[in-house]
Design a binder for this molecule. Structure first.
Ligand SMILES: [Fe+2]
Ligand SMILES: [Fe+2]
Length: 451
């Protein structure tokens, strides 16, 4: 099979040969031609439709990796993985959990666990279409296998190199350019800092945004894992309430039982960098009439404060030479003159707008914790305009805000960014790439914290 040609035809996906599962056919006593009459034709038709989307690596840690991918028919699936590119002696992890496997017509998810830190693995995804009428009338049909990809787990020994994208808002031309830039930089991880969505009222909108984007390189995250941070728009829409079906949550084993509900927070080591993910939530008070009682972010922010404090007691976080925190809504704003007055918002009464351009309650709770523990940098988003706020004696962490999705004319202040961070020569180097102009907008350097 010409994989490259098939990959081109299906946007990074692979359509398997129709004879891919002879063992299963033998065990079940069925094959395409042996299907009962009522299934005749459906099997062959379905075989043409079993297409795998490119996998997306999610929720990475030092010992685990999430793999999510799309299918077009009811299927279950699995991931083969090994420490060699030939997948010799590969292990197999099924989608879903114990008891029953995952079984879905659009999204399959597998969690790889018990991996070695800072270790390269190769993997490929599989899916098997199952013709399902009801529980006692279901037949295994065709199977498909994806191309071989690779990833490296996190940990102190990993390469400290990340790229941040934010506020992509399903603007596909910007998203295509952003992902092309990130791919060219070969980072160890992509941090998606929220507002990937606008509002997600149907499932296919979420599938498109997170797993099957209409861009030339839909498999941009097949070899580079994505750390996800919610933005305010990622709480909007009926299907946004089911985000775990698009973006896998952090594993429960990463936190104490007190924090079981903090499924989006992470504190992970990527080489010398401790990367901390915080969720600023929606951009208005919970009691705002627009929310009609469906939002509960205020206690969420409080709960994250205790979680954040505890992360610095973990040796691998306490001993990191660099600490970078990521959150969608900024924790600081330098320009009250530009935002005088204020209505109901979380901006400390400084905004005319009815939403928070920065998150004062988070700044008040999290800012001192980050300061006490030597965090050098907060990378935020939400304002759709790149800005650097240098550290001050009162606020010893700097803040960088990424740009927005608009590809406006050169010279205008709003443009998409990729914020690249890497450790070299004992320093944390930040390069802000202007994606509209394909230029370097700014560079910043941070010295190690004392540990
Ligand atoms: Fe946004
Ligand atoms: Fe936002």
């Amino acid at each position: 099979m010409n994989l490259k040609r098939r990959s081109f035809l299906s946007g990074g996906a692979v359509l398997a040969a129709s004879t891919a599962m002879p063992v299963i056919a033998k065990k079940s006593g069925r094959s395409f031609v042996e299907l009962p009459p009522e299934n005749g034709g459906r099997a062959e038709e379905a075989a043409k439709k079993l297409i795998l989307g490119a996998p997306c690596l999610q929720a990475p840690s030092d010992t685990t990796m999430g793999v999510a991918w799309t299918v077009n028919v009811l299927a279950n699936g699995w991931v083969e993985y090994a420490e060699n590119p030939e997948l010799k002696d590969a292990k197999v992890a099924m989608c879903g959990s114990y008891g029953v496997t995952g079984f879905d017509d659009r999204i399959l998810q597998v969690r790889l666990t018990d991996l070695k830190p800072a270790t390269k693995y190769w993997y490929r995804v599989h899916a098997r279409h199952i013709d399902y009428v009801h529980n006692y009338k279901r037949y295994p049909l065709d199977a498909a296998v994806g191309e071989i990809h690779s990833f490296t787990t996190f940990g102190p020994g990993a390469d400290a190199h990340f790229c941040v994208m934010n506020d992509t808002h399903a603007k596909w031309e910007s998203f295509a350019r952003i992902t092309e830039k990130i791919t060219s930089l070969h980072p160890s991880a992509i941090l998606w800092n929220g507002d990937a969505q606008n509002q997600t009222e149907d499932r296919e909108t979420g599938v498109e945004i997170f797993l099957a984007p209409p861009i030339p390189r839909p498999g941009y995250a097949a070899d580079t894992p994505v750390l996800w941070v919610n933005g305010n728009h990622d709480f909007r829409g009926f299907w946004a309430r089911k985000m775990e079906s698009f973006v896998m949550t952090r594993l429960p084993s990463e936190r104490d039982s007190r924090d079981w509900a903090l499924t989006r927070n992470f504190a992970v080591r990527l080489g010398d960098i401790a990367m901390i993910g915080l969720d600023t939530g929606e951009d208005k008070p919970d009691a705002h009439p627009q929310f009609v009682g469906l939002v509960r972010c205020e206690p969420y922010r409080v709960a994250q404060t205790a979680w954040l404090e505890d992360q610095f007691k973990r040796p691998e976080i306490a001993n990191a030479r660099f600490v970078v925190a990521f959150c969608h809504i900024p924790l600081f704003d330098p320009d009250p003159a530009a935002h005088p007055g204020g209505l109901i918002d979380n901006g400390g009464g400084r905004y005319r707008t009815a939403f928070s351009a920065w998150e004062k309650s988070c700044a008040d709770m999290w800012g001192p914790v980050l300061a006490r523990n030597g965090c050098q940098l907060v990378i935020a988003a939400h304002q759709h305009c790149y800005r650097f706020d240098p550290a001050t004696p009162e606020r010893p962490w700097a803040q960088i805000i990424g740009g927005g999705p608009k590809l406006t004319q050169p010279g205008m202040p709003s443009y998409p960014t990729v914020i690249e961070g890497y450790v070299a020569d004992g320093l944390l180097n930040i390069t802000v790439h202007n994606i509209r102009d394909n230029t370097v907008q700014a560079t910043h350097t941070f010295t190690p914290r004392s540990v």
